[in-house]
Design a binder for this molecule. Sequence first.
Ligand SMILES: [Zn+2]
Ligand SMILES: [Zn+2]
Length: 353
Amino acid sequence: MAAGLCDRPSAAVSLSDLFDIAPIAEERADGLVRLPHHVEPIEGEALFSWLMRLGRSLDLTPRALSRDAFGVDALAAPEWWRRPDDRTLGSIARRSGVSRDRLEAMTLRGWATARDDENADRFSADRWGERQVLRRGRRIAICRQCLAEAARPNLQLVWMLGWTGICARHRTVLVNQCGACRCLLRIASLATNRRTDLLMCRRCGSAQGGSSGEAAHGSTIALQATLIHGKRTGRTRLPGLGPLDWRMTVAFIDRLLAKVWSSGSDERHERLFATIAADIDMTDELWVTRPWRSNYGGLLILAWVLHDLEARSRIMVSTLGMSRRDDLVGSETVNRVRGFRREFTVDGPSSRN
Ligand SMILES: [Zn+2]
Ligand SMILES: [Zn+2]
């Protein structure tokens, strides 16, 4: 029987205590007991989100669910949901009744990874700040409209990649603040030993469903789609750069955004952003949201540069007061690209400078 489900520190009587004595669990030939609640995955949902909903339905903390239902030590691997091993995936499938393929599609198994690219706010200015502040809970940006429209609110897998800033379904900018109290949104880890709601603001308790965010610029929607495809397949094909593997893609983006945020004064940054806004016909509505420091801002800057890498690299370097344009693109990237594509032209400036 599901004795493990009740082996947790809380003294409170809970549903899972009752399940232990209720003859509703189905024992399988492999000895694993089917969990007493079925939680149906939602299209596009991350396994993390489904696990949190499942834990809620069983009245188990995320840590207890990981350990007692699936044999995973979440303290040792708080984000184990991203790439569960075969054994874990198999036991989740057998205990939950959800097919293994469906579960795997909710994870990042098989997706490429490089240079901590799954860290929160990966394309934001904070990545390049001088001070790294450790905080509890992972920062997250969400689409309020998706949450409001969903029959069961959930976190989409693409919101969990670390650097996404757009809802492709609604073509809007993801938001990273509570709609009521404006504090940064965070989600618990699977190591949490508290019963927790998936999407409730931890400061004011507000649910996060609501109206749509600002419309995202078309260039960023296309770029994000290209990058998601690249992370899934390991290869990208970016304008001006041609085919790159995921590691080189992230190296290029890191190089470029690091140069933006570590170069120039605030005044020079403002000039650069005004130039970008004018070039892409940014709406007043989006301009006043000051999007530049967010993941979405990183996508805006990248999309603008990639539209004409040669010319816009030069503009960026002069606007920010940088000395050498090859620093912007990175000699490692240039050399790698040379190997991929002989006709690649970004190396021109480094040989001329
Ligand atoms: Zn949406
Ligand atoms: Zn709040």
